[in-house]
Structures are given as C-alpha cells and as structure tokens.
Design a protein. Structure first.
Ligand SMILES: O=C(O)CCC(=O)C(=O)O
Length: 253
C-alpha cells in the first residue's frame, strides 16, 4: 500500500488533560500580549508584510489582517510546563521515533498556531523543510512534526490539507515570484490529490518535513488551535541555536 506520509493518532488527549492544554494556550497568549504591550520588544517585517515580534524568548507572528490577534508563537514549549512535558511524553515520542526511524529523539522547535475564529489566516502550500533548511541544512529532512489538535478541525475552520505521498518526492519547486521565497509553486503541485484532514480535538497528526501541506483561512465561528512539536534525532541543536543563512535557499528548487 502507498505510504501517504502522515499518520493520525486518534484520541491521544482528552477530558481534563485536553482542557488543561487549552487553558495553557490561553494563559500563554495573555502573558505574551501583556509583555508585547510593554514595548520592550523587537519587530521584524517580512517581505510579505507579515509582522514578527520577539517577546520574552518567543516570536509572535501577528495575524496580517487582524491587528492585535496572534497567528502563532514559536518556540512555545518553554512558556508553560504542560507544554514542556510533551517533549518526553511517550504517547508522542514513541510514534515520532518510529517515523524518524531512530532510537532516541529530541526537540527541534515547538509552535502554537491559534487560527482563531473569523481571523485565522491562510498557510499557503509549503513544506516545513524549506523554512528550516536555511538553519539546519540537509538535517532539516530528519525533522518531523506532531500536530496536537486543541479544537475540532474541519473544512469550515481551516483544517490542514495535505498532498498524500508528496514527502517521497523530496523538495518541491518553490514559487520564485513570491516575496519570501519559502512557499511552493502551486501550479507545479498535483493539487487534485489534496486531502483535507478533518480531526476531532485530542487527535495528533504526525508528518515529515517534506510533506506538502496548507490550510485555508478560518472564516468560521470556531477556533482551530493546534500545538506543533517538531522532533529530530537526539543530540542535534535546536532551531533557535542555529544561525539563519538565507543564501542556503538557493540549494532548493
Ligand atoms: O496550522 C496550520 O494550518 C498550518 C501549520 C503549518 O503548516 C505551519 O505552522 O507551518
């Protein structure tokens, strides 16, 4: 059978535990918003106009069209003990070690995507590999993500869509006309194979850095929050420890 490249771990979190993770996400957002308002931060504007702000050891990626709303925070695990504990949770580390094909795994980076009701913006077609390659080089291929669903995700609130099997083709052609140079050329993707992965809260979607994926804006009345924990073979530096070398992008198609 063809390997689609991703796997769903159903019902991994539930009940009070899932509620605690959701509360942790809200608490972290409150703290970050308060610190951002203090003005002791540094702001960077990306070539596509998105604003990124360093606040207390995390990067706030603001929603481009909704002033004051956070699109994502990364890295985020250090901001709450309930998040930090996920790095060593065997329900995640077991499947992730299997996916990466190695005995011991460690952290690469963590992220909290809010994808809020009504304002959560699009993530255009991309491979995570491209975003990490300028820091980690070819080692970015050895990183895989566990996406933990804090809310139900359906087509209506911007569930993740994937191209099954796309991980097998390695780096996909980028859109060289797009200002960041990090997104893929949609005209060169087999979008007919696109599959929207609708999952209930508490599920986990695991996938490698070469799987092509995207999500549409959340125009619904339901939040679609997810935590992304990205693992790699143990002993390698984390993303935040690596310098960003933009010229490395030229290695990728
Ligand atoms: O949360 C999403 O819809 C997309 C997540 C993703 O691809 C990313 O954060 O790189």
């Amino acid at each position: 059978m063809n390997d689609p490249g991703y796997r769903v771990l159903s019902g991994l979190f539930g009940g009070a535990e899932l509620a605690r993770l959701g509360e942790a996400a809200e608490a972290v957002q409150r703290d970050v918003l308060a610190k951002a308002a203090s003005g002791q931060t540094s702001v960077q504007v990306w070539p596509d106009g998105h604003r990124l702000e360093r606040v207390d050891g995390t990067t706030v990626h603001w929603e481009p069209d909704a002033p004051g709303a956070i699109r994502s925070l990364s890295p985020v695990s250090q901001l709450h003990p309930a998040f930090e504990a996920l790095w060593t949770d065997p329900r995640l580390t077991g499947p992730m070690a299997e996916l990466l094909g190695c005995g011991e795994i460690g952290p690469f980076v963590s992220k909290l995507n809010f994808k809020r009701a009504g304002v959560g913006s699009e993530f255009a077609w991309h491979q995570d590999l491209t975003f990490w390659y300028c820091c980690a080089g070819p080692a970015a291929r050895d990183v895989a993500t566990a996406m933990i669903y804090l809310d139900d995700a359906g087509a209506g609130n911007g569930a993740l869509s994937v191209i099954p099997g796309s991980h097998r083709d390695g780096p996909a052609p980028r859109d060289h006309a797009e200002p960041t140079g990090l997104l893929l050329d949609a005209s060169k993707l087999d979008a007919e194979r696109e599959r929207t992965v609708e999952l209930p809260a508490g599920s986990v979607l695991v996938f490698p850095s070469t799987l092509v994926h995207r999500s549409v804006p959340n125009r619904s009345e339901r939040d679609r929050r997810t935590l992304l924990f990205c693992f790699q073979p143990a002993g390698r530096p984390r993303l935040a420890e690596l310098p960003y070398r933009e010229e490395m992008l030229a290695d990728l198609p």
